[in-house]
Design a protein around this ligand. Structure first.
Ligand code: HSE
Length: 411
């Protein structure tokens, strides 16, 4: 089978490198007749590239070449990646991608198109980079009812939070370091604001709960407002703050999906996931908890997952392997404030009167302390409560100003 790669950026060039470097092993181990890279499409010129004879700027070269059976889409973004993918699938060519934005937005549509044309649309690399997670949920865990799926899905923000927690570094300084090291983009908005993790939790929720969830249905809050004060108070509780993407079934059968800073207790495997690493926890009703950990980004780790999908497509030519989820249903996703959890709260303007009110409305709270705490600063952790009820109760305590309200996870 012949392969084409569309988009020769970090991941695309990694895919080419892995395909060429491991070619003999891949072919032998998977009993393939051949797996040959035929085209690389990019609008830029790469005159010094050792594969320069494979480059084309014309998408039709790939679309109309009957020999090409699998196309790797590593261009990113929705347009023209969506149009290219649709045309390729319509011609019965399989498409493999790391493009989480496209899968999160159009996954259901593209999977259907693949099925109609006896092709495959695969995206193991779209979540967790090189960590196997899509296939495990789809295959190995398919006997489970999934209760919750949650994880550290963005390496850049995890690097920043790790620097704040371990070195007391400010967010701005940690972000600058992340940019110097090439983890964060020049415009880091999608990482910092939780948008990237939001796309990933959509894909995981689709797989885990069987219906397409759109990014705008996910409550998304990034790390912008996390301060060193929060880091210190949460330390006193025996926890760390991580940006967690999660999707969870609530008692009425709907799901809540959110990306937000969360308190993780120190003995959790997610708490020890540091720097740019990712970790994804799946809670199944037969399995209990399983955690998938590893490199969530980077050229070769991501290429490793992409090429595994290419091999899978080559091994299943003319046969659609998976159609794992159904159409979006608006009411399937519930407002995120229906989740019940313990909450960490940092507040100001707390006086004796408001303390008595807090005690009356919330019952048992655990008061937290930090070094150099300012006299009007008050932080605590509640007992388990539905977030909506907590906000209503806090709203009744007139003078108190709430600066942080962060769920404490139970994993
Ligand atoms: N910007 C992403 C991250 C890249 O930092 O995790 C991988 O999706």
């Amino acid at each position: 089978m012949k392969v084409a790669v569309i988009g020769y950026g970090t991941v695309g060039s990694g895919v080419v490198e892995v395909l060429l470097r491991n070619h003999d092993t891949i072919v032998r181990r998977n009993s393939l007749d051949e797996l040959e890279l035929k085209y690389i499409l990019d609008i830029r010129d790469f005159p010094l590239d050792p594969n320069k004879e494979k480059f084309t700027k014309d998408f039709n070269d790939i679309l109309n070449d009957e020999e090409v059976g699998v196309v790797v889409e590593t261009m990113g973004g929705i347009h023209p990646a969506f149009e290219f993918t649709s045309q390729l699938l319509s011609k019965g060519k399989s498409v493999v991608t790391s493009n989480k934005e496209l899968v999160a937005q159009k996954g259901f549509e593209l999977l259907n198109l693949a099925k109609e044309n006896k092709a495959n649309y695969m995206f193991e690399a779209s979540v967790g980079g090189g960590i196997p997670i899509i296939r495990p949920i789809n295959n190995c865990l398919s006997a489970n009812e999934i209760i919750e799926i949650a994880g550290i899905l963005n390496g850049t923000t995890n690097y920043i939070l790790t620097k704040m927690i371990n070195d007391g570094m400010s967010m701005d300084e940690a972000l600058m370091r992340a940019q110097q090291k090439g983890y964060a983009e020049k415009d880091p908005t999608a990482d910092i604001e939780g948008i990237d993790a939001g796309r990933k939790i959509c894909i995981l929720a689709d797989l885990a709960f069987g219906k397409h969830v759109f990014p705008d249905q996910v409550y998304t809050q990034g790390i912008r407002d996390i301060t060193l004060e929060d880091v210190e108070f949460v330390k006193d509780f025996g926890g760390v703050i991580k940006l967690i993407g999660s999707a969870k079934r609530i008692p009425d059968g709907r799901i809540c999906a959110q990306v937000r800073p969360s308190v993780i207790l120190k003995n959790s495997q997610l708490a020890t996931t540091s720097g740019v690493f990712n970790a994804i926890l799946v809670r199944g009703n037969a399995l209990g908890d399983a955690v998938f950990y590893g490199r969530g980004a980077g050229k070769l780790p991501t290429a490793s997952a992409v090429v595994a999908d290419v091999i899978d497509c080559a091994r299943h030519q003319g046969k659609t392997k998976i159609l794992p989820w159904g159409e979006n249903e608006k009411d399937f996703v519930a407002p995120n404030d229906l989740i019940s959890a313990r909450f960490y709260v940092r507040a100001y303007n707390v006086n004796d009167g408001s303390l008595a009110e807090l005690d009356r409305l919330l019952g048992n709270i655990r008061v937290l302390e930090r070094k150099n705490q300012s006299p009007d600063e008050f932080a605590f952790v509640t007992e388990e409560i539905v977030e909506k009820d907590l906000r209503e109760k806090l709203g009744k305590i007139g003078s108190v100003e709430i600066k942080s309200l962060i769920p404490v996870t139970d994993y």
